[in-house]
Design a protein around this ligand. Structure first.
Ligand code: GTP
Ligand code: MG
Length: 197
């Protein structure tokens, strides 16, 4: 799929103020700093679309980007931000989980996981919650340029293995890099396939 246009639409903290739910929508979620905003920029070929930062906790709102006038990419704040206060984490939890639970045009959630690390409990718990809620998701391993392919693939295998404690089958995964655009075409093709079904 070719991304011809990618336009910022809105930033929201309130689920009832989101754009009308009349187009297919794909949300990017994962730990703070995992590379959600960077991957959205790599997919759309626009380095300045979603704001990125070396400091975790950059994205704090639900950001909608309209792609080719036909579907939304949604950049969400990250979870597991160690420096955030307990109360602000609780607010995050409530608002993101509410968004994911009620958004009827949400086709699929992309759970981003840092390919450099062994499976982390908060990522596994988040996938488990999505499974319990019946929200469909795909696994997207990020920052593949930062470690060897062997190490990244080993972490990917371990993640699937860990999910099997709760799931009969694990979802497909993509190994990506926002730097080299590894996996970007495959991700866009997956979105295209869902859109045309
Ligand atoms: P929050 O909004 O804080 O939750 O973070 P985020 O998940 O949106 O991460 P963001 O895209 O802001 O990236 C965090 C840092 O990782 C930035 O310094 C990026 O340049 C870097 N980064 C993201 N993706 C990649 C990648 O694929 N390769 C490399 N080398 N660096 C990356
Ligand atoms: Mg971000």
């Amino acid at each position: 799929m070719i991304v011809k246009t990618a336009t910022f639409i809105s930033s929201n903290t309130k689920v009832d103020k989101l754009p009308a739910a009349n187009l297919p929508e794909y949300a990017f979620i994962g730990r703070s700093n995992v590379g959600k905003s960077s991957l959205i920029n790599a997919l759309t070929g626009n380095r300045h679309l979603a704001k990125t930062s070396q400091t975790p906790g950059k994205t704090q709102l639900i950001n909608h980007f309209l792609i080719n006038g036909a579907w939304y990419l949604v950049d969400l704040p990250g979870y597991g931000f160690a420096k955030a206060s307990k109360s602000s984490r609780a607010v995050w939890e409530k608002f993101i989980r509410r968004y994911l639970s009620i958004r009827e045009n949400l086709q699929c959630v992309f759970v981003l996981i840092d390919s450099r690390h062994e499976p982390q409990q908060n990522d596994l718990d988040f996938c488990r919650w999505l499974g319990e809620k019946g929200i469909s998701f795909l696994l997207v391993f990020t920052k593949a340029d930062k470690s060897s392919l062997a190490k990244a693939n080993s972490n990917v295998r371990k993640f699937h293995q860990a999910l099997l404690q709760w799931f009969e089958e694990t979802p497909p995964h993509f190994l990506t890099s926002a730097e080299s655009r590894l996996g970007c075409e495959q991700l866009l093709t997956a979105i295209d396939e869902i859109n045309s079904n």
